[in-house]
Design a protein around this ligand. Structure first.
Ligand code: IMP
Length: 179
């Protein structure tokens, strides 16, 4: 498969330091429950939380809207639920990519219905032009217009998650703009 690097490990690390500052300033002394959306966000989450200077707990959830391909099936299910009670908590959902918005539209509603005090989204990549549902990314690493990305936790059919940079797979073309 022909991979083309669009964000180097160094660029990613610098952007995450900036995100860490934004998130830390935003929450200040508030307690936060950071939720890592598995599997894709595991690398980003691990790097982000080490840049956060806040009082936080962590939990993990696994949602599924995609099979092993590159197109959404249009349905979201919770494959592995949170252990924590989110009632009255400030929840920071940490996601790899927000694409159509389907997964996080569903998950944010679920968190609110369980009584979360606030729900914010931190995504490494926002493909905002592909949005079909109203999901706002509160803290965004990079904006990307199109293309299918792999590496740094992102997969295609469960492959490439271990690559240290982020790559697009040809023949998709990508147009990226720094936030
Ligand atoms: P959404 O529900 O359409 O917003 O899709 C979000 C999920 O789709 C992300 O958490 C990723 O797991 C997956 N996804 C969307 N675009 C990509 C991509 O370019 N590469 C890898 N996974 C992607």
């Amino acid at each position: 498969m022909n991979l083309r690097e669009i964000f180097t490990p160094d660029e990613i690390a610098k952007r995450i330091q900036g995100l860490g500052r934004e998130v830390s300033i935003f929450y200040g002394r508030e307690k936060v429950l950071g939720v890592c959306v598995l599997k894709g966000a595991f690398v980003f989450f691990a790097d982000l939380v080490r840049c956060l200077d806040i009082d936080m707990e962590m939990d993990f959830v696994r949602l599924s809207s995609y099979g092993d391909g590159t197109a959404s099936s249009g349905e979201v299910s919770v494959e592995c639920d949170l252990v924590s009670d989110v009632r009255d908590k400030n929840v920071l959902v940490v996601e790899d990519i927000v694409d159509t918005g389907l997964s996080l539209y569903y998950f944010s509603r679920m968190l609110r219905s369980r009584g979360a005090r606030s729900v914010r989204i931190c995504a490494l990549i926002d493909k905002h032009e592909r949005r079909t549902l109203p999901v706002n990314v509160d803290f965004c690493g990079f904006r990307v217009q199109k293309g299918y990305l792999v590496g740094y936790g992102l997969d295609m059919a469960q492959k490439y998650r271990n690559l240290p940079g982020i790559y697009t797979i040809d023949p998709y073309e990508i147009e990226a703009a720094d936030v």
